[in-house]
Design a protein around this ligand. Sequence first.
Ligand code: ADP
Length: 650
Amino acid sequence: MSDTASPNTTETHTFQTEAKQLLKLMIHSLYSNREIFLRELISNASDAIDKLRFKSIEAPDLLGEDAEFHIDITFDKEAKTLVLADNGIGMSREEVITNLGTIAKSGTAEFLTNLTGDQAKDAQLIGQFGVGFYSAFMVADVVEVRTLAAGGDQGVLWRSSGEDAYELEEVELTQRGTSVTLYLQEDALDFADDFRLRNVVRKYSDHIDVPVRMLKQAEANPQDNADDEAVIDQVEAAEFEPVNSAQALWTRSRSEVSDDEYKEFYKHVSHDFEDPLSWSHNRVEGKLEYSSLLYLPKRAPFDMYNREVPRGLKLYVQRVFILDDAEQFLPLYLRFVKGVLDSNDLPLNVSREILQDDERVTSIRNALTKRVLNLLDTMAKKSPEDYQTFWNEFGEVLKEGAGEDFANREALAKLMRFASSKSDGSAKTVSLDAYLERKVAEQEAIYYICSETYETAKRSPHLEMFKAKDVEVLLMFDRIDEWLMSMLTEYTGVQFIDVMRGDVTLPGEAKDEQDDADKKEEEDSAANEHPLVARIADVLGDKVDSVRPSKRLTDSPACLVLADYAMGVQMRRIMEASGQAMPDSKPIFEFNITHPLLERLDQEPDEDRFAELVGVLFDQASLAEGGALTDPGAYVERLNRLLLELLDAQ
Ligand code: ADP
């Protein structure tokens, strides 16, 4: 490529702040493995070729005489340069500015403010940004990009030293595509070496289905020749040869592909810098024919809950790249899955609109969903540690599936992991199967509690009787859990029971009730006739639905119980936060007859003092649920008054 730059047309642009920060961070954090810059540049070149290949199906003229795609790498030891040139789609001036001057991902600024400052950790996160191109600055002092868009007529030169700014110039270019020139740093001169480059290309980019070419060895070092004229002639006549095997990886059979190749391919399709956690590669023949290669990442992207973020697979039709982010082939709750789908049945001119309601798409989607769930199930059995990593990162998203994918609800429930009253700490490690295996005699339900944090769940007064009877309770405290449990009513025929709701029955009790219903009724009415019921109800008035003695409590004096169909605390918070006015739902106030405080209260003749104490018990019960007091000031005043009385009495 040639260019004639006119200094008059040079413009200087500053990088977007985020781009600048990321660039700096990346250069520092990935430095120890800087040969990957080559993988990133080849990956970009290959994407650019894929895009043009697709566009040219409808507009073959775009290719002109230059119809054989390739990526060429050349270097010059003397000049200390390395050039990577592709004949892909190229970029217009505007595209250069948006693609190489800004980081388009929304949320980048927040992400950056959340960085830990721990370079090792931050380095693992930064791969999410598609900062691939900037990795060139790990080895180069200056990078120049010359590019001419397919069908365009104005070439552009972008030049930067990777600090604050970049320069743009209009240049004459005759060949479509992009060439990236790296002016190598003194300590990166080892990359101006034929042997080294070939190694790196084979190591990282063997699977790229476009030939990555280098000059044949004998001609690769023209600078050895003293005669300059001869050198130029020689380069022009030089022959390129492919260095990689240039076969699309997913078209090969599983047994031929090594784990390392799978991992490198993942990095190419996902733009992730880390290895994947696992993958599944399959070819399906029969009514529908397709190959799929699906990957599970190790780490959740920071913007997993932003629904606008592109997701989905790279779609190919008969090996031709069609679309990035084809989201129709997987349900939303599997949006973290990356990979490739290559269909033999879809038409080459397929568009997102056609994919929307195509029967073939639906059946591929169902099959791929099963594939991913099977992959997870196998991982859970065979590599529980990996599975735990997966669950910690993606569990909350997978839970969305309970509402989205009725057909797979049971399979999804099987994959879920929870914290439990019987395990140490807040780690979510208990499966429903494990729970059922250790249920106590006569236990006919899976008990759970939903709360806002692990601590409030773990210390909830509602668990006391369960602990006393050695019954395990699952502790749920993800934002999505209350919603999840409204979708999930049973697992393998066993009901879920929320221990915070209604008149909870403990194992063994339901049976008693049937055997001896009369006795039970008698007991119940006797309990309800407890003199405190009416007295407390009088004080609490319309703050509560009703007042009753508790079967749940052993240590705490009182607790609040939700009516069977009332909205839980978590859900209520979420709805309120989204600005929705919620109808008042009143709790049931349960008190512990055997607690010394209640025994004393029963003896309290002074009605004012009685009311004061009941008020404190009520507020404490809502605090224990992690609830917010409607009038915290009044609670504090009341408590202080009581403390003062206590001190005065001494
Ligand atoms: P990513 O590839 O993850 O999107 P990069 O920073 O590597 O991020 O590249 C940014 C964008 O620049 C690419 O998405 C692409 O649009 C454009 N680009 C980079 N290299 C090339 C190339 N060789 N040809 C055409 N466009 C390119």
